[in-house]
Unconditional design. Structure first.
Length: 206
């Protein structure tokens, strides 16, 4: 089969992998917003056909049970993976050409591409902030565990003790506390919520 690259899209609620040998073929994995190594400048639209089994997962061999067929399009603008479309059934050549043209025209709008990149940048900044927050919590847990081992007591600010400090003081294993602090439940705590999604209407509030 050789080397290939993979694009990840969603079809009917399932993540699907599109394998391609058109680009650098170094087993890279691409999702929306990623720059594709080996891509060409300008607006580029490509298509592929997928066979899906009854469980919604992709099947690769003709003898496998293909419950449904789809035609998938992906769009690259200046090498950035910006969009995909999924069409039911295996489209004929004229229908494929029509979609290719529509997507090229849609993404030739520089304002659309600029808006997409701004959204991607904002999302990545939020993800970085969330990761930095989690790393900070882990570092604090390690530091406070060492303090406990040295015989110190953990006291909260203004009488408020963080939950992870309570767990450490109660004798829980530090690895268990770290695992808890990295869980979705713990990171949803408002006190630590630096990477959460902002109110989508906040910019319009007077």
């Amino acid at each position: 089969m050789g080397m290939f690259d993979s694009f990840y899209i969603e079809v009917d609620g399932h993540e699907q992998e599109l394998q391609s040998k058109r680009f650098d073929c170094v087993l890279s994995h691409y999702r929306l917003g990623d720059w594709v190594s080996g891509s060409l400048p300008g607006v580029r639209v490509y298509f592929d056909r997928l066979c899906l089994g009854g469980d919604g997962k992709q099947v690769y061999r003709a003898e496998d049970d293909c419950a449904s067929k789809t035609t998938v399009f992906i769009v690259l603008v200046q090498g950035v993976f910006v969009d995909f479309q999924v069409h039911k059934d295996e489209l004929a050549a004229d229908a494929i050409n029509l979609v290719l043209g529509e997507l090229r025209e849609r993404w030739s709008d520089s304002a659309r591409f600029q808006g997409f990149m701004v959204d991607i940048l904002r999302t990545q900044q939020q993800q970085i902030a969330s990761l930095e927050n989690r790393l900070g919590r882990v570092q604090a847990i390690i530091t406070n565990y060492r303090r406990l081992k040295a015989g110190e007591k953990l006291e909260g600010i203004l009488g408020f003790m963080r939950e992870e400090d309570r767990k450490l003081s109660a004798g829980e294993e530090p690895l268990e506390v770290i695992a808890w602090a990295l869980s979705d439940e713990a990171t949803s705590d408002g006190l630590w919520r630096s990477g959460s999604n902002p109110d989508p209407l906040a910019e319009y509030l007077l």
